[in-house]
Design a protein around this ligand. Structure first.
Ligand SMILES: [Ca+2]
Ligand SMILES: [Ca+2]
Length: 232
């Protein structure tokens, strides 16, 4: 009889532990973009702005925060305003970089998407499992939007302006997104949005929604688990 009690006690404990771990997994519902912000040393005056930002991000430390959508603003609001948030460290106004990790879930019937990044200053967007094709931009700056394979970037300073490109996923399911943005001086902002299909005929006027914004045509995002795709 004692053994039977012990058996049931073990079963009930196992059930409780399983229940708790399920709850822990779903407790990050909503805030799936993980962001780390670091300060940068002053820009040396020559060389790639993105290399400058990436060198700062290669060092450990920084301030971290999670966001459900990427609509971050210091002063300039950009295309989206309803869900704006501040950067992880709102006291750091200049000379900083952020990096964002997330996994985007791509449905089988929609493998072609147009992505947009609004930023002040530059950015680097990398998506695993596919490639960028047509690119475009709206707004002024000191450089141009470029793409290479699965990377889209703006490697210079600019006031808030938008870069667009078409991305074709090589299959449905989970794809890692890594987004870096830096600010040198003045205002700082970041928006990450999309629309299904190839919108290159008129990039600026596509019906964009924020990625993971919960709209009918929004891709869903999951928190990226480190080490899942063999990364750091
Ligand atoms: Ca905004
Ligand atoms: Ca700036």
């Amino acid at each position: 009889m004692k053994k039977l009690w012990l058996f049931w006690a073990v079963c009930v404990s196992a059930f409780i532990v399983a229940g708790v771990s399920v709850a822990a997994d779903s407790d990050d519902e909503g805030e799936k973009f993980h962001m780390r912000e670091v300060s940068l040393t002053p820009y040396p005056g020559v060389g790639s702005w993105l290399d400058w930002a990436l060198a700062g991000l290669a060092l450990p430390g920084g301030t971290r925060a999670n966001y459900s959508v990427l609509d971050l603003s210091g002063e300039w609001q950009g295309r989206f305003v309803a869900r704006e948030a501040t950067f992880p460290d709102p006291t750091r106004a200049d000379e900083f970089a952020v990096e964002v990790d997330a996994d985007v879930i791509v449905p089988a019937r929609k493998l072609v998407w147009t992505f947009g990044v609004g930023s002040d200053d530059g950015f680097l967007l990398e998506i695993e499992g596919g490639s960028f094709s047509a690119i475009g931009e709206q707004g002024g700056g000191y450089g141009f939007t470029t793409s290479l394979g699965n990377k889209l970037m703006y490697d210079s300073e600019r006031p808030h302006a938008e870069s667009y490109a078409v991305f074709t996923f090589d299959g449905p399911g989970k794809h890692r997104i890594h987004l870096v943005m830096f600010d040198n001086l003045g205002e700082a902002s970041l928006e990450f949005f999309h629309a299904p299909g190839n919108r290159s005929a008129n990039f600026a006027s596509a019906p964009y929604t924020l990625v993971n914004g919960g709209k009918k045509d929004s891709l869903r995002v999951l928190r990226h688990r480190r080490g899942e795709h063999g990364d750091h």
